[in-house]
Design a binder for this molecule. Structure first.
Ligand SMILES: Nc1nc2c(c(=O)[nH]1)N[C@H]1C(S)=C(S)[C@@H](COP(=O)(O)O)O[C@H]1N2
Ligand SMILES: [Mo]
Length: 250
């Protein structure tokens, strides 16, 4: 390799990394940086997230399938029955006493029973779940679009994230684009039946434009916020604290 080429290469690499660092800066400035944009992988994460948010600004739908394409087997992954005593008593009672609090930056903090969630207009969608561990399954989900619940509680203009908590101490968050997306559901039905316990009963999140691990099961609380900095380690999700990307867009 001639000196000139090597010099050009080095200059190129330097300006590429300057551009990358600049992109994180710009991303943060324009609200296009994910909560886990720090560290060496932050540049790639910011580029991916910012590109998706610009390219998907018109909220395209994830592909939906026909009934005949529904998978015979849908693995129930990472499912230890939640140990929580309170959850177990709710389960024993058929989730009659279960409620989902929705609070934070909302005009009307509320608690919804399962029956109340089922009284909202529902949406049914047959979609493909893609797990980062390398399997997929096509399933029919039924639930209330999260947007209806957000409208019912009244989202304040400062809202930037919707944070979800689960009985097994998992937690995660979505930006408002995915929270308002028409296929983002609080799902209580799977293949025409009540959502089974191994799949996250009574209500789980379906977020069809992200990978499997974002689809939080066993929901226990929803909080609307303008920042996730003070939740856990400030990465926006328990997955992000363990090395998975907060934004898992597909
Ligand atoms: N609360 C909670 N939600 C969770 C998980 C979990 O362990 N706990 N696992 C995630 C992962 S990695 C996947 S692939 C899907 C699996 O959903 P399933 O059990 O219905 O197949 O749930 C996601 N949501
Ligand atoms: Mo997964």
């Amino acid at each position: 390799m001639s000196k000139l080429t090597r010099r050009k290469l080095i200059a190129g690499a330097l300006s590429a990394s300057a551009a990358a660092v600049g992109s994180v800066f710009l991303g943060r400035r324009y609200g296009l940086a994910p909560p886990d944009s720090g560290g060496i992988f932050g540049v790639g994460k910011t580029l991916t997230y910012a590109a998706h948010r610009v390219l998907l600004a018109h909220q395209p739908l994830a592909l939906e399938f026909s009934r005949s394409e529904i998978s015979k087997n849908f693995p129930a992954i990472n499912t230890i029955l939640p140990e929580d005593d309170f959850y177990r008593s709710q389960m024993a009672a058929g989730f009659r006493d279960w409620t989902l609090p929705v609070d934070g930056l909302v005009a009307r903090p509320s608690e919804f029973s399962l029956a109340e969630l089922k009284r909202f207009p529902s949406r049914t969608q047959i979609t493909e779940h893609i797990c980062e561990q390398g399997w997929t399954a096509i399933t029919e989900w039924a639930g209330v679009p999260l947007s209806y619940v957000l409208n019912a509680v009244g989202i304040r203009p400062e809202a930037k994230y919707v944070v979800f908590y689960a009985v097994d101490d998992w937690w995660d968050s979505l930006d408002m684009a995915d929270a308002w997306h028409p296929q983002t559901l609080l799902a209580y039905g799977m293949n025409g039946q009540d959502l089974p316990v191994p799949h996250g009963a009574p209500v789980r999140l379906r977020v069809e434009r992200q990978l499997g691990y974002k689809n939080l099961k066993y929901l226990s609380q929803i909080t609307v916020t303008d920042s996730v900095k003070d939740i856990g380690k400030g990465q926006g999700a328990i997955g992000a604290e363990n090395g998975y990307s907060w934004y898992a867009g597909i």
